[in-house]
Design a protein around this ligand. Structure first.
Ligand SMILES: NC(=O)c1ccc[n+]([C@@H]2O[C@H](COP(=O)([O-])OP(=O)(O)OC[C@H]3O[C@@H](n4cnc5c(N)ncnc54)[C@H](OP(=O)(O)O)[C@@H]3O)[C@@H](O)[C@H]2O)c1
Length: 283
């Protein structure tokens, strides 16, 4: 299948290129050639490349940057996505749109399913929720896939930052904020199952388990052969502009109901990630 990938240079995009290219023809134009802030360029690229599927992973995913520059967040995440959805519909392509647990406000107490109502509390979450609405309206052949707390053997995120701190001998820790850490490798593999049949709609796709940043730091320490007691329980992270929802673990409920949840526990995925970073794991 001919697949147009946006965000191919990003943390998730790199995994999608690696995994999807073995089964599909993946075309991943760089940001400069398919810029989500330039609607005519979006329509031109989609018409010219004429993919059967658009895998839309590009976004301003920096939550604090979205809060300080809402125009950019809505321009890229919402308006850009709306144009891509309209362009996909125009050529009859299916759209897979990557969304986020941050569409929820974090007050539910138990894992969110696809049947819960979003109520974002920051600009990033709002820009993605509005983008979901645009996708629903403009491109009937869509899969909206919400995921959370991505980690990868590459890039800058909680796992790589925590490992770097451990290697530098600095204290590590985390706050009580809780969600569902998810490997981009597992997500990229899991997304392939959506192509089995056209049951369009909203899906949650995360590794199994709900954990706080603090507990995650403890697990990383243990896997690297250190004492989990070294982890420090933090009450806040300095320099954060955007409010975060307290508890947004997701449940892959629709995939469960369809009998095909492809995801595994986040700790197994983390072990694979650390090994791919060249680290020795103690299990
Ligand atoms: N990271 C997470 O924990 C997380 C959690 C839930 C959902 N998500 C969602 O998952 C997806 C992937 O996230 P990620 O962490 O992989 O993001 P990322 O590493 O920040 O990558 C973002 C990608 O978007 C591209 N991009 C940014 N602005 C663009 C524009 N105006 N036009 C075209 N491309 C543009 C970037 O290209 P350049 O680098 O060249 O600018 C980059 O390839 C996003 O939709 C995000 O909302 C992420």
């Amino acid at each position: 299948m001919r697949v147009l990938l946006t965000g191919g240079t990003g943390m998730l995009g790199r995994a999608l290129r690696e995994i999807w290219s073995s089964q599909h023809e993946v075309i991943a134009p760089p940001h400069a050639e398919l810029d989500l802030t330039r609607p005519p360029q979006i329509f031109e690229a989609v018409r010219q490349l004429h993919p059967q599927l658009i895998l839309h992973a590009a976004a301003i995913a920096d939550v604090d940057r979205c809060e300080s520059d809402p125009d950019l967040a809505f321009r890229v995440n919402t308006v850009g996505t709306a144009c891509l959805a309209a362009a996909a519909h125009e050529i009859g392509a299916t759209l897979i749109f990557i969304s986020t647990d941050y569409v929820f406000d974090g007050t539910k107490g138990t894992p969110y399913t696809e049947f819960d109502t979003p109520n974002p509390i920051n600009i990033y979450g709002r820009s993605k929720w509005m983008a979901e609405e645009a996708v629903r309206t403009l491109c009937p052949r869509h899969f909206i896939v919400r995921t959370a707390w991505l980690f990868a053997p590459w890039g800058r995120h909680f796992v790589t930052q925590t490992v770097e701190r451990i290697q530098r001998g600095e204290p590590v820790g985390g706050i009580a904020q809780t969600s569902s850490p998810t490997s981009v490798l597992d997500l990229a593999r899991g997304l392939l199952c959506l192509l089995e049949y056209p049951a369009y709609g909203v899906y949650h796709m995360v590794n199994h388990g709900a954990v706080s940043r603090y507990e995650m730091a403890r697990v990383i320490l243990s896997m690297l052969g250190r004492s989990p007691e070294e982890a420090v329980r933090l009450s806040a992270v300095s320099g954060r502009r955007a409010p975060r929802p307290d508890r947004t673990p997701l449940r892959n409920y629709v995939l469960e109901l369809q009998g095909r949840d492809p995801m595994r526990p986040w700790t197994e995925a983390l072990a694979e990630c650390l090994e791919r970073m060249g680290l020795s794991i103690v299990l």
